[in-house]
Design a protein around this ligand. Structure first.
Ligand SMILES: *Cc1c(COP(=O)(O)O)cnc(C)c1O
Length: 336
């Protein structure tokens, strides 16, 4: 299938590398064997703009520019990788950025929030309850605020997960499958952390449109399996509407593993932090506690249980998040 892509502003350094994780593969293979693990390095899409959101924002910014917008408005937690990437993309493209942030501003800005500030984004902070209960009104408020000053704003939903953003991971699915083919295999499984569903939606739809057999599983870092089943389909339906396409939903295999969420979004227990240390010390791979570390920890548990024993090659998509590691520095007492 030949995908005709909509307007896209090239910002990411693509293709990102695909690398084997042979020391971890060896450590986690069971007596029944197990897959060879690979990592798709989407933490290397760029340096400051690193991670999965950049692939989505190439298309989102393309749509914003096509609509004549000069301002981007988006939302997320204080340590949102998506907000940080949007702040930098705006700076790069000469667009204003307004961030609607969940939580309280306290102390000296760290991690992603520090980068938001460096990039010159405007920030507004809301308590979690107000944020969740009135997010559409907050977007409307900021949209009116900029309109009143003669600007045209483009509103980007949480994680840029919508019909524009998922193009980034439809295109990434094509890239990843080509990487695998160049290494001489077809992956049976593709694993990613899932937080707002768009990465999973794009990979799932991309594999479907390309006729690949790879099964895509999102390892949830918040919410529930049911939530992501619906969210992934919602993003795909939005994509269908925007592109006048129709996809047979019954043939889409939306797989969610919600067994490793732990205490909640951005909260993890010690085994997750230990898995982060293990990936760093065995492979030189830096994971984050909110998304990739949690999903990778879940994957390692499933490998131990033999869930993937009939698989030969499994690709973990490293979606980025490094800046979110440092605000969790106190969670590594076992390293001392
Ligand atoms: C946002 C994010 C994810 C989740 O991607 P979604 O498309 O929102 O599900 C995974 N990893 C990192 C590092 C992220 O920032």
């Amino acid at each position: 299938m030949n995908l005709s892509l909509p307007p896209r502003i090239p910002l990411a350094r693509l293709p990102t590398p695909l690398q084997p994780l042979d020391r971890i593969t060896e450590k986690y293979s069971t007596p029944h064997g197990g897959p060879r693990l690979w990592v798709k390095r989407d933490d290397l899409t760029e340096t400051a703009m690193s991670g999965n959101k950049l692939r989505k924002l190439e298309f989102v910014a393309g749509a914003a520019r096509a609509q004549g917008c000069d301002t981007l408005i988006t939302c997320g937690g204080i340590q949102s990788n998506h907000c940080r990437t949007t702040a930098l993309v705006g700076a790069r493209l000469g667009m204003r950025v307004q961030l609607i942030l969940r939580g309280e501003e306290k102390g000296i800005p760290d991690g992603n929030l520090l980068v938001d500030r460096l990039a010159g984004a405007s920030t507004a902070f809301y308590p979690a309850r107000q944020y969740f209960e009135t997010l559409p009104e907050l977007f409307a408020h900021w949209c009116d605020f900029y309109a009143g000053r003669g600007h045209k704003a483009f509103c980007i939903p949480t994680g840029a997960s919508d019909g524009w953003g998922i193009w980034g991971y439809i295109a990434a699915a094509e890239e990843l499958l080509a990487d695998c083919r160049a290494q001489g295999f077809e992956p049976e499984h593709i694993i990613c952390a899932t937080g707002s569903g768009g990465t999973q939606a794009g990979l799932t739809l991309g594999c479907h449109l390309l006729g690949a057999n790879a099964r895509v599983t999102g390892y949830a870092v918040c919410d529930s399996a049911d939530y992501f089943q619906h969210k992934v389909l919602e993003d795909i339906r939005h994509w269908e509407t925007l592109n006048s396409q129709s996809v047979d939903e019954t043939s889409l295999d939306v797989r969610v593993n919600a067994d490793y969420i732990g205490p909640g979004y951005a909260e993890a227990e010690e085994p997750v932090y230990r898995a982060i240390a293990e990936a760093a010390s065995l492979e030189g791979l830096l994971l984050d506690p909110v998304y990739t570390g949690k999903a990778f920890y879940g994957l390692l548990q499933e490998l131990r249980k033999g869930s993937y024993r009939d698989c030969e090659n499994l690709v973990f998509v490293h979606t980025g998040g490094q800046f979110g590691l440092f605000p969790h520095r106190e969670m590594f007492p076992f390293l001392l």
